[in-house]
Write a protein that binds this ligand. Structure first.
Ligand code: CS2
Length: 497
């Protein structure tokens, strides 16, 4: 290796098998601000936008914002925002350099610069992948008004920390300047993600209105004039390792500080509601729909639900990656039965067929080239399980069907949380509720009471008539998991016999 590094000036020296942006990046202008410019965004939205730029939609470049860490900016700015997407499966690795990210900002370092970028009249869409927990929902789903960052942003509107604070302040500035608002396109794995963010932002703006005399009715403006299309996003993106960096550098003949690993599959389904304009998404493989719900439920309950099951049961069975866990015959059988439980809970009549969908998922989960770590998926279970697992379990109980396999995922989450620092390394994965969970685990409660306390903390099934029944299922599995690990829990379900 020569010491060269990927950048605008070294692009021409890349080997021919590496595809590069087929457009003049100097002519691209920003049209999108993205909040949460991590690996998922770079494998998904940024790749779709790259195709848009290549076909001449040159006013849709991306300004990437990190809400927390400077790492992505530090890696990518010396590379002029360029990075390699490594698309991997058993057939090998395809390398594509993506050019759609024009610049990168780090919110905690310079919140003013982020507000300036958001309030730039050229920005017509703000996309978000900030992860479930950054929506700051309380256990009942409303805005967590007690969160210190919310209090901070209400007290300091010109230097916010949260997505809510940035969006509200930018929308207020645009409104004062009589500039039409941008459309907000949520790309996180939340149910009705656009509507959910809309509701949270109205709540935040109402608190802000109450505090800032004179800033009349930003909440009404957001309620009435700002579009929040929901979207379903899908692409599996394992965290990049040093081995990935070394392999990609040797294929490129130059260093790339932060290449992104992904699979060939990708999907984006978006509700078509973009009053401020949008790229011709449908020309780049995006499905535009009126109602994203059926796609979203299918993805959250079948892909993400199975992922969480594979992660926690995989971790408890000693499997480090999804393909290893999915290759374990007991876990594989479990996932098939989990799917069979979740499928009847999906909306009917939407023309989506879950059977080929799960067959394709089985192939994707078997992709040995991804090494997608179970610990990565295990993070933030308290934020993920409600829409992936709890919703389907309750839907079954409502019509007198059992949630035997779904409830095992909840029990496995609790058991895996408890196992950290014992059979799993301390900090192997994390959850925003970790401190509160540790306190509950330390109380040595009888199993059912402990499960109930965890449900309360996480807001699972809050106020639902079938809450107690679901807790009983979870407690039974938890007893098995504690006594004999996944093998005993599976045996209780007739798996592996
Ligand atoms: C995964 C998702 O980490 C997780 O929780 O289930 O990130 C999953 O890989 C994506 O949603 C796939 O689109």
């Amino acid at each position: 290796m020569t010491g060269a590094r990927l950048s605008g000036s070294t692009l021409p020296s890349l080997p021919r098998h590496v595809s590069v942006p087929g457009y003049d990046r100097r002519k691209v202008t920003p049209g999108i601000v993205h909040l949460g410019v991590g690996a998922f965004h770079r494998a998904h939205q940024a790749a779709y936008v790259d195709a848009c730029l290549a076909s001449g939609g040159m006013d849709w470049g991306i300004v990437g914002v990190s809400l927390r860490s400077p790492d992505t900016r530090d890696g990518l700015t010396p590379q002029d925002g360029l990075y390699t997407l490594a698309i991997r499966d058993s057939a090998g690795e395809k390398l594509e350099v993506v050019g759609s990210i024009l610049s990168l900002l780090v919110a905690p370092e310079d919140p003013g610069a982020v507000l300036d970028a958001l309030a730039d009249p050229r920005i017509r869409i703000v996309t978000l992948t900030i992860t479930e927990k950054a929506y700051l929902r309380a256990a009942d789903g409303s805005l967590d008004q007690s969160h210190p960052d919310i209090a901070h942003d209400l007290a300091n509107p010109g230097s916010p920390r949260t997505a809510h604070g940035f969006l509200a302040e930018a929308l207020a500035r645009l409104r004062t300047a009589d500039t039409p608002p941008f459309t907000i396109l949520c790309c996180d794995n939340l149910p009705a993600n656009g509507a959910t963010l809309h509701r949270l932002l109205i709540e935040f703006a109402a608190l802000r209105d109450a505090k800032l005399a004179g800033d009349a009715a930003l909440a009404d403006h957001i309620a009435e004039d700002v579009a929040f299309p929901s979207s379903m996003v899908d692409r599996i993106v394992p965290a990049t390792t040093d081995a990935d960096r070394t392999r990609v550098a040797s294929a490129l003949g130059m260093a790339d500080a932060w290449p992104v690993m992904t699979e060939p599959f990708r999907q984006w389904v978006i509700e078509d509601n973009f009053p401020a304009g949008r790229p011709a998404w449908e020309e780049f493989g995006v499905t535009m729909v009126e109602d994203v719900r059926p796609f979203e439920d299918m993805k959250l309950r079948l892909l993400n639900g199975a992922h969480s099951g594979i992660a926690y049961l995989g971790l408890l069975s000693g499997h480090a990656t999804v393909d290893q866990a999915f290759g374990d015959p007991a876990i594989r059988q479990f996932v098939d039965r989990l799917w069979a439980e979740a499928i009847p809970t999906l909306p009917q009549g939407a023309g989506l067929d879950p059977i080929p969908y799960t067959a394709e998922l089985a192939q994707r989960f078997s992709n040995t080239a991804l090494a997608h770590r179970t610990a990565q998926i295990a993070n933030d279970g308290s934020q993920k399980l409600p829409q992936r697992i709890v919703a389907s379990a309750l839907a079954r109980l409502e019509v007198e069907l059992l949630p035997e396999y779904l409830s095992l995922v909840i029990a496995a989450w609790i058991a895996a949380c408890e196992a950290r620092g014992k059979t799993l390394p301390e900090g192997h994965f994390t959850d925003p509720l970790d401190a509160a969970l540790a306190e509950v685990f330390g109380r040595s409660l009888p199993t059912a009471e402990m499960a109930a306390a965890v449900f309360d903390l996480a807001g699972f099934a809050k106020g639902h008539l079938k809450r107690e029944t679901l807790i009983e299922f979870v407690a039974t599995h938890l007893v098995h998991l504690r006594q004999g690990g996944p093998a005993l829990a599976f045996a209780g379900l007739g798996i592996g016999s």
